[in-house]
Design a protein around this ligand. Structure first.
Ligand code: B12
Ligand code: SF4
Ligand code: SF4
Length: 254
């Protein structure tokens, strides 16, 4: 159910369909799974342009899709590359990026991107980005959600892409209460699983630190203080300090 695997399976089905038409071919499918220049290939295949948010954008479908490729030894006619770019004077993505990661048009500083901070980074999340992360605990799509071309996005019919375990509306508090077994069970087959339980707690702690003050949030964070991981404890301490700041501010203003 991991999207890489699922999409590679679909590409293999396409390859078998081609084989049924033309006979045996050599092929290999890729979806974010190898050092393949996916966006450059997509532009050369005529699929779209690089938006100011660095995404491959299609004028009729926006950018909320993954890219996949089927390398084959079948001699095929060349497609024409996509010409031009359709961002015009818009720069909504650059303005919306919470951490200012889009440092130039089409250039993302990966070290500041919430996608990197919550999914790829193993160690501590640099403090300068924590407040800006808000409640984003696994990836980020803000620079796509504000894009005017996103209105052309159509919801996928792939059942495996549908939200599971109410993850699209669960509160950070309920997720933070999951034990490791529950985490492994509920994220089975989902890309979330690959960050592991420790980084899951790290990310949630930051999200809870950024939440409005509540006794329940403070109590949940305090309960995690003895958690046997320096990484988690440090993020929990940071989050508790943010919650206490907000509690003091509330008392002072009342
Ligand atoms: C590293 C990586 C990241 C890094 C860095 C992203 C970045 N923008 O640099 C991080 C972890 C931050 C990241 C985040 C995300 N990623 Co990512 N990521 C990748 C990955 C694995 C490699 C990209 C890479 O660095 N390639 C090497 C460089 C040299 O190539 P390139 O970036 O494609 O750039 C080439 C061309 O596109 C072109 N080009 C690109 N920009 C420019 C600018 C100028 C001026 C010029 C002339 C040319 C040019 O020239 C380059 C050299 O040929 C690709 C998968 C892949 N194999 O390509 C996915 C991929 C780019 N990611 C993807 C997605 C979905 C995301 C996220 C939305 C995930 C999320 N929801 O959190 C965010 C979006 C962030 C953003 N705004 O870009 C999709 C994009 C789909 C699309 N429609 O474009 C990809 C293609 C995976 C896939 N198969 O679907 N990602
Ligand atoms: S994914 Fe989020 S953090 Fe990364 S560049 Fe886009 S808006 Fe910025
Ligand atoms: S939000 Fe605007 S500038 Fe950014 S990619 Fe979309 S059209 Fe281009």
């Amino acid at each position: 159910r991991d999207y890489h695997k699922l999409m590679r399976k679909r590409l293999a089905t396409l390859a078998r369909w081609i084989e049924a038409e033309v006979g045996p071919i050599g092929y290999r499918a890729f979806v974010d799974s190898a050092p393949v220049m996916e966006r450059a290939l997509a532009r050369k295949a005529g699929l779209g342009w690089f938006g100011k948010n660095a995404m491959l954008l299609n004028p009729k479908a926006g950018s909320l899709f993954f890219l996949g490729e089927l390398y084959t030894d079948l001699p095929l006619p060349m497609d024409d590359p996509f010409e031009g770019e359709h961002c015009g004077s818009c720069s909504a993505c650059r303005t919306a990026c919470p951490t200012g990661a889009i440092v130039e048009d089409r250039v993302v500083d990966a070290r500041a991107c919430i996608s990197y901070l919550t999914i790829e980074l193993f160690g501590a999340i640099p403090e300068r980005y924590r407040k800006a992360m808000g409640n984003r605990v696994f990836g980020c799509d803000d620079c796509q959600l504000v894009c005017p071309y996103t209105r052309f996005t159509r919801a996928t019919q792939e059942a495996d892409f549908a939200p599971r375990h109410d993850l699209d509306r669960a509160s950070l508090l309920s997720l933070f209460a999951w034990g490791e077994e529950e985490f492994l069970e509920k994220t089975a087959g989902s890309p979330i699983r690959r960050i592991g339980y420790e980084r899951w707690l790290r990310n949630l702690a930051v999200g809870l630190g950024n939440a409005p003050w509540s006794e329940a949030v403070e109590a949940a964070l305090r309960a995690r203080l003895p958690y046997p991981s320096d990484l988690v404890r440090e993020h929990v301490r940071w989050a508790l300090a943010r919650q206490r700041e907000k509690r003091r501010a509330l008392i002072a203003s009342s």
